[in-house]
Design a protein around this ligand. Structure first.
Ligand SMILES: [Mn+2]
Length: 321
């Protein structure tokens, strides 16, 4: 798989790395990791996303390395080769049109379940815990040893996508890589402090407000919550900060599936679904042209929250019958 990657970057004059809308920990950190690898190979490379990275990732120097369309536009060459990370090339948000239409070629590095057509070459391993894991494996094959800054990023991305080495795709390989990164100088306690204990007050208020919307369905085995743009405004939190809230109801033993309806500042509505492992969230999201993994998936909504809620609960009810 690394052979394809090497051939791809050797053909490229200039590389642009991008990822999905509202980039999460794995998206940002895998970009940072690959950026460092490409720089070490003397490639011209830039990271350009549709949306800004959350503030809590500032300790990884995201402001220095990552650009955003509209707010922090970099000088792009006329033509370039694109690398899409942690998502499908059609899911890269408002930067998508510019990036796809000016890219000579597209390469994908991803671990989501989505099946890719032959349209795109890339590294796609849905058994990997995270895109950061795939990036680390590529580094190893290319004999690149990440420095502390890069190791901190990769470790953070893995921690984010595995729920601190606990979710379903966590394997001995994930721990081996985690161990390697700690040997490189990562301090897990410092990372925990940055990722889990550095949220804003607004996030805490948002959590309280979203929890007030909690409803139980199907004999308490399913919960739904709604994070509207009004709640974002009321709390002062940013949309991206609301991402972890979907996990809260899963602390309850009766709850198998958690659904979060969310709306960003500009009114784009999404539905996220999480399960404890028996219910296939990807299969559900796929019916609505979304994507993800078995235990975590999501899709965009065109109708109202209420309408989608009824449809989704109807779909899920078959699973419990
Ligand atoms: Mn990921």
């Amino acid at each position: 798989m690394v052979k394809d990657f090497i051939e791809y970057i050797n053909r490229a004059e200039y590389l642009v790395l991008t990822s999905h809308e509202s980039p999460d920990g794995d998206a940002i950190c895998s970009e940072l990791g690959l950026y460092k690898l490409l720089v070490s190979l003397n490639k011209k490379v830039i990271i350009l996303n549709s949306d800004e990275a959350e503030e809590k990732y500032d300790f990884l120097n995201t402001r220095k390395y990552i650009n955003q369309i509209n707010t922090k536009n970099p000088q792009l060459p006329e033509r370039f080769s694109l690398i899409v990370m942690d998502t499908h090339p059609y899911n890269i948000g408002k930067a998508g049109e510019l990036l796809r239409s000016n890219a000579d070629e597209v390469f994908v590095i991803d671990h989501h379940e989505d099946s890719y057509s032959d349209e795109f070459i890339g590294i796609h391993d849905s058994t990997a815990s995270s895109t950061c894991q795939l990036v680390f494996q590529m580094m190893e094959e290319l004999n690149f040893k990440p420095d502390v800054e890069t190791s901190n990023a990769l470790f953070s991305g893995i921690v984010y996508d595995t729920g601190s080495f606990q979710y379903k795709k966590t394997t001995s390989e994930t721990f081996r890589i985690g161990g390697n990164l700690v040997e490189n100088g990562v301090d897990p306690f410092t990372i925990h402090n940055h990722l889990d204990q550095s949220n804003s007050k607004a996030f805490l208020v948002l959590q309280m407000e979203v929890m007030k919307t909690l409803e139980f369905h199907l004999n308490d085995s399913v919960t739904s919550m709604t994070m509207s743009k009004e709640l974002l405004k009321k709390s002062g939190a940013k949309y991206e900060e609301g991402q972890p809230l979907i996990n809260l109801p899963l602390i309850c033993k009766d709850v198998e599936i958690s659904i979060l309806f969310k709306e960003n500042e500009s009114g784009v509505k999404r539905c996220s679904v999480r399960s404890k492992g028996n219910f296939d969230c990807f299969e559900l999201a796929n019916k609505y042209n979304g994507g993800g993994h078995k235990t975590a998936a999501g899709f965009k909504i065109s109708g109202s929250f209420e309408e989608t809620k009824q449809q989704v609960l109807e779909e899920i009810s078959h699973f419990f019958s």
